[in-house]
Design a protein around this ligand. Structure first.
Ligand SMILES: Cc1cc2nc3c(=O)[nH]c(=O)nc-3n(C[C@H](O)[C@H](O)[C@H](O)COP(=O)(O)O)c2cc1C
Ligand code: SF4
Ligand code: SF4
Length: 679
């Protein structure tokens, strides 16, 4: 039972009869002076605008704060999300955790991903003075500087970046950290233009520790909602924030919630869509692995707003760590009374379950997802009715993406007006992008919507601007648009014929053949088609074949026309978003890079990539006559005339399979691929 909404100081020693709490007289309850509350608890309570705070949250926030900022001890946080573990974080964690000499001065915790996937394993050493030393690419030998920094509590060689808590001992988000010293510019530049509204805990807190999440203000928004707000207040706040669904379509979240809330049904359901099938996108996975309670709190707030008692998280089985961490979060929230009946003493009850899915791309489409959850084949169905009106087993069902839910606690804590300070009028807030491809700093970046694409790719990603040809945005059904000075928001991307989609952002340089890339993307979508519509099932397969013809030198101008016509037919006649959007890469490349298709039709590949359209050549000025290519060629396609010098190298083009072994192996870059007239 929570304390009543009365100022306890006014009661001390004063009241002797009447009011009871948990069967005890109020006077008994307050005869002992109330223990001092940790300053962090007061801060979080007042930030949330709570008139009173449940004891449970106060206790856990204080406990979590001691773990995050452990007094005179150092804290080592090892990035242990999928990216960190793949790079060896597990071994580094085992070594550091086993050190007996840490007992009195250092704690070791596994944290999530701070986003800088390019420099994993990444380790954060926090010293008692509120400094954070970030060490990137920590190999076996790299653990020693970490150990010394933790023990001696000052900077040692090997750190990349030193951050300082704005107020030492006070840490509720990544935004509380200031850059103090830049040793290696990569990390500082990577963080410089980001705004971390929803990923502020990622890489700082232990995702398997409920108290640490609460110490950052976690579940305070839920407490305020459940104890002091009406469901309609939440819907109004989310609508006012302008939050748009992050699962691809960008539908206004407030409107969706309102639609479901207005239905007269007594049974409603919330589903968190964590299917995330787009190659190149891992926003949802990272959020679930790094800050799972934020996702749960977002779901809880949505459920309260719509008066739902049952929620599900739908996760693809390829995400075992995310599944494990979400399960752990549900169990610990339940054990603490943050899920189940009468949460925090309110009249609101909620259960959250997890459904794992085989991992078919089409099952992320909301009607297909519902079909799977009803035990049927994962096939989309016609809309309307929309799931918010009639969804799982006919009940109104709100389906939102994981990142959408992760926005909700921030909005309910800081208010819609502050949320709108980031982003544009029509695309408010921030968006997480997964930056990959031809950049030197790949990773998970959170930026305000409307940010210039060059800022993301050059300043954050560290890509040199010159050789970049295009970006692929929004996964295989997004668009491929020329690199330039446009902004990343829903409207701009729609005007370009692409879409923000779920947030995959792949940088493509001049060495990338777009016709070949589009062929692979269409091939992926053809494989993922559920087969219900003939035009999607057979049309995508035929489209892939036509593109393949172009890359194999079997195409001509008529092939390009056929590609265009078939793409329009697939787009217009497919039932669901998979078929309708599968041709976005074709449309955008035909719009902006049509000459590449025409060149392929003439037998040229401008990127000199398609094997059937290239020949290899020696650049005499670079060749040092070391014979590496001659010795490596499995086909004996490189022949040497008598004598010395580069002039004696000849390619037997009939024998050459264009395996590129010679090209990739020449240390001087003396072998190049050429296409078209150059051959
Ligand atoms: C083929 C296809 C795959 C999709 N995959 C996902 C997915 O993996 N995750 C997701 O949240 N939405 C996905 N969507 C969008 C969902 O259908 C739905 O619009 C979304 O989950 C709604 O959440 P939001 O309003 O928060 O964006 C997909 C749509 C299509 C057409
Ligand atoms: S468009 Fe494709 S994926 Fe969608 S229902 Fe039709 S066949 Fe299935
Ligand atoms: S591309 Fe392969 S087959 Fe052709 S010359 Fe080089 S190594 Fe030989």
């Amino acid at each position: 039972m929570i304390a009543p909404a009365i100022d306890p100081t006014a009661l001390k020693g004063g009241i002797t009869a009447g009011l009871q709490i948990d069967g005890r007289m109020l006077s008994e309850a307050w005869t002992e002076p109330a223990p001092e509350r940790a300053p962090i608890v007061d801060f979080l309570t007042s930030r949330q605008g709570l008139t009173d705070i449940p004891d449970l949250l106060a206790d856990l926030a204080a406990k979590g704060h001691e773990l995050l900022c452990p007094g005179s001890m150092s804290r080592i946080g090892i990035g242990a999300a999928t990216c960190g573990l793949a790079a060896g974080a597990g071994e580094r964690a085992a070594v550091l955790s086993a050190r007996h000499d840490f007992a009195n001065h250092t704690v070791v915790r596994k944290v999530g991903c701070i986003g800088a996937c390019f420099c994993e394993p990444l380790v954060d050493v926090r010293t008692p003075d509120g400094r954070h030393y970030l060490f990137g690419k920590v190999d076996k030998s790299g653990t020693w500087p970490i150990i010394h920094t933790a023990k001696e509590q000052r900077l040692q060689k090997g750190a990349w970046l030193v951050l300082r808590e704005r107020e030492p001992g006070f840490l509720t988000s990544f935004d509380d950290l200031l850059v103090e010293k830049v040793i290696n510019h990569d990390l500082a530049d990577f963080f410089a233009c980001q705004r971390r509204l929803i990923s502020g805990n990622c890489g700082l807190i232990d995702p398997e520790n409920l108290a640490e999440y609460i110490a950052t203000g976690g579940y305070f928004a839920a407490a305020k909602a459940l104890l002091e707000q009406q469901p309609a207040d939440l819907i109004a706040e989310i609508a006012a924030s302008g939050l748009r669904g992050r699962g691809g379509g960008g539908f206004p979240t407030g409107a969706k919630w309102e639609m479901a809330a207005k239905t007269g049904s007594s049974t409603k359901i919330v589903i968190a869509n964590a299917d995330e099938g787009d190659p190149g996108a891992y926003m949802d996975r990272t959020l679930m692995e790094s800050d799972p309670h934020r996702v749960l709190e977002g779901i809880m707030l949505a459920a309260y707003a719509i008066r739902v008692q049952q929620a599900h998280i739908f996760i693809r089985h390829e995400y075992p760590l995310a599944i494990r961490r979400m399960r752990h979060a549900i169990t610990s929230a339940r054990a603490a009374g943050l899920l189940g009946n009468n949460i925090l003493g309110s009249d609101f009850s909620l259960e959250i379950g997890i459904t794992t899915n085989a991992g078919a791309f089409v099952c992320g489409e909301e009607t297909a997802l519902l079909s799977v959850m009803e035990g049927k084949r994962g096939e989309p169905s016609r809309r309307p009715p929309y799931p918010a009106e009639a969804g799982l087993n006919g009940h109104p069902t709100v389906i939102n993406n994981i990142e959408t839910f992760a926005n909700v606690p921030w909005i309910m804590t800081h208010g819609s007006a502050r949320y709108r300070e980031a982003g544009t009028a029509a695309s408010p807030g921030t968006k997480i992008f997964c930056l990959t491809g031809d950049v030197s700093r790949s990773g998970f970046v959170e930026v305000p919507l409307g940010i210039g694409v060059t800022t993301v790719i050059e300043k954050i990603g560290g890509a040199p601007p010159d050789p970049i040809k295009a970006i692929q945005i929004g996964g295989p059904s997004g668009g491929i648009v020329p690199y330039g000075s446009f902004n990343l928001d829903y409207e701009t991307m729609a005007a370009l014929g692409g879409m923000i989609g779920s947030g995959g952002l792949v940088v493509l340089n001049n060495a990338c053949c777009l016709v070949d890339l589009v062929q692979h993307m269409v091939g992926f979508m053809a494989d993922e088609s559920c087969g219900r519509c003939l035009i999607c099932r057979d049309g995508l397969a035929r489209l892939e074949q036509l593109l393949h013809d172009l890359t194999e030198h079997r195409g001509n101008d008529a092939t390009v026309s056929a590609i265009e016509q078939l793409s329009h037919a697939i787009c217009n006649l497919s039932l669901c978003g998979l078929g309708r959007s599968a041709v976005h890469p074709v449309f955008t490349t035909l719009r902006f890079f049509r000459q590449e298709y025409e060149q392929h039709a003439r037998g040229e590949c401008p990127a000199a990539y398609c094997s059937a359209l290239i020949r290899l050549k020696i650049v005499p000025s670079r060749c040092t006559d070391n014979q590496i290519c001659y010795e490596l060629c499995p086909q004996r396609a490189i022949q040497l005339d008598p004598g010395r010098g580069p002039e004696r190298y000849r390619f037997d083009h009939a024998q050459c399979t264009r395996c590129r072994l010679c090209l990739d192996s020449c240390p001087h870059g003396a072998i190049v691929a050429v296409s078209g007239e150059d051959t």
